[in-house]
Design a protein around this ligand. Structure first.
Ligand SMILES: [Zn+2]
Ligand SMILES: [Zn+2]
Length: 217
């Protein structure tokens, strides 16, 4: 019999933005410029930080302390016991022993980072099967890994996740067909989706369809 490992949920302390709004700092949909804009960064990252801060407060650990680093080390050795937000947060604190980057975020050819990264995803499968992770939470987790470490991905992949994150953080998720459609738009580069603010993926779809109709026939 397989061991039954209950996967704790994560990311649910954070009060998500309900709508996509232009960022007060960079003017683009909030969350898109995670790497370069503080407000965009916080809008996404606070979802992880709320869980992390709750955990260290419970353990009487101060943020930035050696104890926090030790805790992060314990967590990356026992990732099965913790939620996705806690594991990702710990990996941000730990430096890879091979390349010195945040663990999992180094160059694509660092074997330790690749190993750590690939190890993350069994959790998502289990947690989703157990009802402890939504498809939206899984998408947000993948998206943050892509936009936080863009050097590990193809440019188009990064662009499409930068587009999606402001909508995903409000709780929406595209259907599989819609996601494939939008991926194709990025691949073919025949419509600029970064010009407007869309509240959901359907809006983006309709905009593409109505504005590329003539070109297609
Ligand atoms: Zn911004
Ligand atoms: Zn590495």
């Amino acid at each position: 019999m397989e061991d039954f490992q209950l996967r704790p949920s994560g990311g649910r302390l954070y009060l998500r933005p309900k709508t996509v709004k232009p960022c007060k700092t960079c003017g683009e949909p909030t969350g898109r410029n995670y790497i370069s804009c503080k407000e965009c960064y916080n809008t996404i990252e606070n979802l992880w930080l709320m869980d992390w801060n709750e955990l260290i407060a419970k353990k009487d650990i101060i943020s930035g302390s050696e104890d926090e680093k030790l805790l992060a080390e314990v967590i990356v050795e026992e990732i099965d016991k913790y939620s996705w937000t806690i594991v990702d947060s710990a990996m941000k604190i730990i430096k890879c022993k091979t390349c010195g980057s945040e663990l999992g975020g180094g160059d694509v050819d660092c074997p330790d980072c690749s190993f750590a990264f690939e190890n993350l995803w069994a959790y998502d499968m289990d947690a989703m099967n157990q009802g402890n992770m939504t498809g939206n939470e899984h998408a947000i987790r993948v998206g943050r890994w892509v936009i936080r470490y863009p050097h590990r991905q193809k440019r188009i992949m990064v662009e499409s996740w930068k587009f999606s994150m402001p909508i995903l953080i409000t709780g929406k998720l595209p259907t599989t067909q819609l996601a494939q459609f939008l991926k194709k738009v990025f691949d073919e580069d025949n419509f600029d989706l970064s010009n407007k603010i869309y509240q959901n993926f359907e809006e983006a779809y309709l905009d593409v369809v109505s504005n590329t109709k003539n070109k297609r026939t």
